[in-house]
Design a protein around this ligand. Structure first.
Ligand code: CA
Length: 221
């Protein structure tokens, strides 16, 4: 299983990322400071690091990254930060970061970056980019969707929703789970946007593929 070190001091975001990664089949370890991150990295058993820039304890994300690279640790690093200035991006990439995701981010965006970086570092083979269930197929790399032989045109949001269902076939996914994974943690939990997009998706891939489980959520069947 792919192990990911999440270095994030903000509990709400750390939990959101940890849950999302676990649900997506990764093994996350969460730490809240730069020192802890370096301690964990010394074990050398991580496939990727999600590294927040603003960390407590006098060692920020850039300092952690600098120590890693100076020590010869080439583990892929994706920097997370609330700061969106160009200077920070350049500093991060110059310092050896592999990618950079500004907060707030949507989980599917982060997941796409993670997949891309893991693929570059040889953790995912090209063949694993296609998710299938029955005759429904989703290529997360090319964004192509097919039902049988027929190509289906999905919007970015519909694609992200379909991806969630294909990652968890036959499982009931609650509105809250879908909302946090596809729309991000800042979305209003009272919104009916999930129901609206499930309807769009049914219209495109076939109404009987997504079952409504009353009072619980939706399931790909
Ligand atoms: Ca922070």
């Amino acid at each position: 299983m792919t192990s990911i070190l999440v270095v994030e001091d903000e509990a709400r975001i750390a939990t959101f990322v940890e849950k999302g990664l676990t649900a997506s089949g990764y093994a996350p370890t969460v730490v809240g400071s730069g020192r802890e991150a370096l301690d964990y990295l010394a074990t050398g058993s991580f496939d990727l690091v999600l590294l927040d820039v603003g960390l407590p304890g006098g060692m920020d994300g850039f300092a952690v990254l600098a120590r890693m690279r100076a020590g010869g640790d080439a583990t892929p690093v994706i920097m997370l930060t609330a700061r969106t200035s160009l200077d920070d991006t350049i500093q991060g990439l110059d310092g050896g970061a592999n990618d950079y995701v500004p907060k707030p981010f949507k989980f599917d965006e982060l997941l796409a970056r993670i997949r891309l970086r893991l693929r570059e570092s040889g953790q995912i083979s090209a063949g694993e980019t296609v998710l299938r269930h029955g005759d429904l197929a989703l290529d997360v790399r090319t964004r192509r969707v097919t039902v049988g032989e027929t190509a289906v045109d999905l919007s970015a949001r519909e694609f992200a929703l379909a991806e969630q269902f294909l990652q968890h076939p036959d499982q009931v996914l609650s509105r809250e789970q879908l909302l946090s994974r596809v729309w991000g943690f800042d979305f209003d939990p009272g919104s009916n946007v999930v129901d609206v997009y499930v309807r769009y998706l049914r219209g495109k891939i076939g109404a009987d593929r997504i079952e409504t489980v009353r009072g619980m959520g939706y399931r790909l069947v």
